[in-house]
Design a protein around this ligand. Sequence first.
Ligand code: ATP
Ligand code: 4MY
Ligand code: MG
Ligand code: MG
Length: 339
Amino acid sequence: MRLNGEISSGEDEKEKQPGTSTFSGQKVVVGYALTLKKKKSFLQPSFTGLARNKGIIFVAVDLKKPLPEQGPFDIILHKLSGEEWHDIIEDYRQKHPEVTVLDPPDAIRHLHNRQSMLQDVVDLNLSDCHGKVSIPRQLVITKEKDPSSIPYEVTKAGMKLPLVAKPLVVDGTAKSHELFLAYDEFSLSELEPPLVLQEFVNHGGLLFKIYIVGETIKVVRRFSLPNISKRELSKVAGVFRFPRVSSAAASADDADLDPDIAEHPPTPLLERLARELRHRLGLHLFNIDMIREYGTKDVFYVIDINYFPGYGKMPGYEHVFTDFLLSLTQSKFKKKLTT
Ligand SMILES: Nc1ncnc2c1ncn2[C@@H]1O[C@H](COP(=O)(O)OP(=O)(O)OP(=O)(O)O)[C@@H](O)[C@H]1O
Ligand SMILES: O=P(O)(O)O[C@H]1[C@H](OP(=O)(O)O)[C@@H](OP(=O)(O)O)[C@@H](O)[C@@H](O)[C@@H]1OP(=O)(O)O
Ligand SMILES: [Mg+2]
Ligand SMILES: [Mg+2]
């Protein structure tokens, strides 16, 4: 695996000949099925230009036409919601094993539920690998539950306040990112199940976004929710909606930060976590939101995992992705030669 500093810089590119640098000397055709918003943030000219120089071309999948009639593609990148697309891409994947579909729809679906998305982190049991990685204590409130029973459920489960209330299902809608902070259990009745209630972990207002692209890992720091003191907790009641703080393009990397809070998680820990999750989830493209418990050096929590996140905000993503797409076709070509 390659970490931060090892990602190729723009300088290397100048030394290589533009044009036909694919393993087989052929063009690599990447079909993409993405929302307009995603297309705009991901397929930036700086990326498509670099990729073109390396023999990679991007072709939009026409959703009005049958997929098997399009292409031929070497790779398909996709992030669209809905059952219909799930079935189309799964059927195509099975009938066209020669095309690399990133990623399998059932593996992506696993991340659409905030309970199942974190299950693999629990199963991993990373309690002693240059630090401890777990998930915050959480409780699922199903759709059938009467909201008035939530305070009782929370008390019964021994959950510690404050809590973060998150919609159980992440389906790409703005609503699935509507999160609330609950300072008392009674106000939770105002919210609409299905929900995941997660204990809020103080982490000094800083979050690590760990981007995975195949075997490459890149960590960026983002601003997050500030600590909540015991004093504040005792004085405040209610549920409060909060904005998507950590999704903002502004990185915390250049800010004047307390080193105890801002120090990156240990590299061996990140490598192990990324490798294991890549295998267990069966995904190549995702990011992990991780926080360090305030006042500790090596107690970490994974709070969120996202499929095909906003890579456009990842510094150097153009090079990382170009190399990744080339590596996929190269390993396929090598396989062909040996069979
Ligand atoms: N258990 C927690 N303890 C402390 N802060 C949390 C916790 N869960 C979430 N947060 C804060 O709320 C933010 C949003 O939570 P989360 O990442 O789960 O939501 P999301 O809608 O899936 O976000 P994304 O835009 O990354 O997909 C986090 O980035 C972090 O700042
Ligand atoms: O909005 P951006 O492009 O930045 O990407 C965000 C992405 O939205 P998009 O898929 O519409 O692009 C989100 O996907 P859905 O859960 O809503 O499907 C989710 O993955 C966020 O975590 C990403 O933000 P990041 O965590 O990387 O900052
Ligand atoms: Mg998140
Ligand atoms: Mg998320």
